[in-house]
Design a protein around this ligand. Structure first.
Ligand code: UDP
Ligand code: MG
Length: 333
């Protein structure tokens, strides 16, 4: 269905059918949120990298994710002199996952590479990725072998997230892999078919499968500005990750309930026997209080987990679009 509607596909199909000599169209998908300080350096670096790669034709899709600084103006200035630049301007900040989705929708390339604007993902690596793609891999993941550029807290929490997620959820997210990757057109078309509006990209990427290769790199420092992911946002992203791909947190309460009931049952027998042997003894405030508060807490956690899923079902059931576009700026000529 999607295949026939999307003009982007028609372009890329012509591309493949044209001839083996025509250049490969590669789309960079760059979500930007308040990156005015980075985009110029980003474009300069990309141009440098691809200057020598004659076999690759470039399209750079910037998604302006509701920036409040001069990111959009900067991008438009660049577009005036650089016909590779396309800009998708979203109506507000929808978050990186939605911005990426918007970019994948707009991209027309035969291969597509999401990349951050802050130069933390080195563009040089893309040529290695293309080489692997030419070997027949449909997905080429960039794996961070050295994350020293990230803070200790971020690395520790990331490691912990992968461990918990991969144990709980039904699919395994490769560790130390971000959104920076190369995808074949078929992979992106597959992604576009996933209907969910709450998008945890790393999970979706892992869910679709396809033949996958890795290239390693060292994570760079941010070129300018600040990370947009503080602790709370990362925590919510992690929750999203686990709840999007597993219902185990819901199911576990059945087992916790069984265990607690069983223990209470044994305790009841113990009390009954003690009463028969020693008679009734009134003190017991401490154990009562402990039981009441412990069970109360347990029930609240259980309800909270159910609420988490119910909330997601509710949001999903509204079928709202993932992002809204204010305007798409195409290069002239
Ligand atoms: N980003 C975005 N929308 C957001 C947050 C971030 O488009 O709401 C973009 C941001 O401009 C950057 C990329 O996503 O190009 C990665 O963001 P950031 O560098 O803050 O994340 P980190 O590298 O610290 O994980
Ligand atoms: Mg970054």
């Amino acid at each position: 269905m999607l295949k026939d509607d999307a003009p982007s596909n028609r372009v890329s199909l012509e591309d493949t059918e044209a001839s083996a000599t025509s250049a490969l169209l590669l789309s960079l998908v760059v979500p930007t949120y308040n990156e005015a300080e980075s985009v110029t350096a980003f474009l300069a670096r990309v141009s440098e990298v691809f200057a020598a790669a004659a076999s690759v034709e470039l399209e750079i899709v910037f998604i302006n994710d509701g920036s409040t600084d001069s990111t959009l103006e900067r991008l438009m200035q660049h577009q005036a002199t650089d016909a590779r630049v396309r800009i998708v301007d979203l109506s507000r900040n929808f978050g990186k996952e939605a911005a990426l989705t918007a970019g994948l929708e707009a991209a027309r390339g035969q291969v597509i590479v999401p990349i951050d604007a802050d130069l933390q993902d080195p563009p040089e690596l893309i040529l290695d990725m293309v080489a692997r793609w030419r070997e027949g891999y449909e997905v080429v993941l960039a794996r961070r072998i050295d994350r020293n550029a990230d803070s200790w807290a971020k690395r520790a929490s990331a490691a912990w997230f992968y461990r918990v997620h991969n144990r709980i959820a039904d699919l395994t997210i490769p560790e130390n892999v971000g959104d920076f990757r190369l995808m074949d057109r078929v992979v992106v078309d597959a992604l576009k078919q996933l209907p969910e509006s709450r998008r945890f990209m790393k999970g979706l990427f892992a869910w679709i499968g396809f033949r996958t290769a890795f290239v390693d790199y060292e994570r760079q420092r941010r070129f300018a500005g600040q990370t947009k992911f503080n602790g709370w946002r990362l925590w919510n992203l992690a929750l999203e990750g686990v709840t999007s791909f597993s219902t185990d947190p819901l199911r576990i309460w059945t087992y916790v309930g069984c265990l607690v009931s069983f223990v209470s049952f044994l305790f009841a027998i113990f009390i009954a026997v003690r009463v028969i042997i020693h008679g009734i003894d009134v003190p017991g405030y401490a154990s009562l209080m402990v039981a009441v508060t412990f069970l109360g807490g347990l029930q609240l956690i259980g309800i909270g987990v159910i609420g988490e899923y119910l909330g997601r079902t509710y949001l999903e059931s509204k079928r709202r679009p993932i992002f809204l576009v204010r305007k798409i700026y195409e290069p002239k000529g």
